[in-house]
Structure formats: C-alpha cells, structure tokens
Design a protein around this ligand. Sequence first.
Ligand code: NAD
Length: 262
Amino acid sequence: MVPSANLLDGKVAVITGAGGGIGRAAATLFAENGATIIAVDIVDGPNQDTVDAIVDAGGRAVMVNVDVADPAGMEQMMDFAEREFGRIDVVFNNAGVMLDGDTDAVETDDATIDKTFDINIKGVLYGCRYGIPALRRAGGGSIINTASFVASLGAATPQIAYTASKGAVLSLTRELAVIHARENIRVNALSPGPLRTEMLMSFLNTEEKKQRRLVHVPMGRFGEATEMAQAALFLASAMSSYVTGTNLQVDGGLTAAYVTPE
Ligand code: NAD
C-alpha cells in the first residue's frame, strides 16, 4: 500500500477500462490521492464494483458505461464529466483488448484486426479528441495512454493486431505530446510488462505458458496492476511536470534484457 500523498487533490480524472486490472487499480489509487474519478468501461458490473469500493472508502467516483470505440459515446462521456465536475485534468486511456484469433499476419481475420484497432487505437484517439478541449479549458493536464512492452519488442507468441495497435499508441502519443506541449498538456505512454491480470492470465492459461513468458523477465515475476497504477499516478501528477512524449516502461526489466539472469 502506497501512503496517500494527495498528489491529485482537486483534480478530475477520466480512466477507461476502470472495471479491470490496471484501470481499477489506478482509479483506486488516484481517488486515494484526492482525485474525482470518472470510471469508464464497457461492462457495468465490474465498473460499478470499482466505483462502490472508492465511494465506500470515502472517495469520489462516478461510473459511465461506454465503448471507447464509439466516438459519440466518448464525446458524451467527456461532456458529462466536465459539466458535472467543472473540469477534466487527467485522461487515462487505458482500455484495451487482446482477442482470441489474433495470431500472425497470415491467419488473423479482418474482424479481429478491425476490432483490435477500433478499441486499442481509435479508442485512445477518441479519448484524446474529446479530452483535449476540456484539458485546454482547465489550463492544461495530463494524458496517459496504455501501450505495452510488445510495442518495443517482437514477441514470438503471435498477436499481430494487438502488437501493431500498441505500436500505434506509442506513435500517436509522441506526436500529440509535441503538438500540445505549449498548451501545458502532457501526453505520455505507459508500457506494462506481463501482468498478473485477467487479460494475460486467461491467455497464458497453463503453468508452462506462464513460465515461458517469465523466462524473459529479469525480475522473474509478473507485474501487479497496482504497480502500473503507481507509474500512472506519477505521470498524472505534477511529480512528472517536465515529462512529456515519453514511454514509461514498467516491466520488471523485460525490455532492457538481452540475456535474463539465472
Ligand atoms: P483487463 O482486461 O483486466 O481490463 C481491461 C478493461 O477494459 C476491462 O474492464 C474491459 O471491460 C475494458 N474494456 C475492454 N474493451 C473496452 C471498450 N471497448 N470500451 C471500454 N472499456 C473496455 O486488462 P488490463 O491488464 O488491466 O489491461 C489494461 C491495459 O493494459 C490494456 O490496454 C492492455 O492492452 C494493457 N496491457 C496489459 C498487459 C497485461 O499483461 N495485462 C500488458 C501490457 C499492456
């Protein structure tokens, strides 16, 4: 448990994918640090659980159910957040999917590619398109886009649409950081390593698959969603006031390793 430092006192944060691993952990930690949370997800039950836990602990959070790939829904969600709470300071574009049937370039069908790109790339772009005007009106802010270590490394386990989508997240993050730097809007990517969340554990569903992935992680363990939330808190808060356009790799050393220690 990280001691509460109120790093986000008075701030309003939109977090997508708040019903799941990283999004829920970030919503909880940001709320503990004083932020009002707009918890966004496509599923309502788990997202409601996130909001209930925050409110029960004395924090402020509301739930909005929207598909990040739906531009009209994303616009309405941002409008609601700004109208209801007067401002938006942080947009954490974190929702993402890794679909069954996403394999290599030969086998992956168009439906899988389109859905992956719609959620993982266009969902992030919509968060920026509809979030940036509100951040401008607030006098600046922080956008965090969740990419992945696979944006920087080729993985032998093929998931070509997912990997391509995360590469796009890194590229659009860098460009937006440059475009908006003088508006006091910082834009950074967070690249998690393999995590012990539902998304990856359902994919690495045998001990053998888990161990095969861990061979590549110098720290020899999966990361925790809370460890991603801590990095996101840094990027969301004034602690990172001179950081923009970066890719913060929180991966147990995975992307640094050529040979992993015994
Ligand atoms: P998760 O599956 O636990 O949570 C993802 C959440 O996003 C879920 O609550 C889901 O309902 C929501 N979501 C999915 N599609 C959506 C849509 N169209 N609109 C709104 N919400 C939607 O996964 P997680 O591990 O917390 O992943 C969060 C982010 O981290 C993703 O972008 C993922 O690609 C990235 N990531 C995860 C890992 C990992 O090992 N888990 C590694 C690298 C990157």
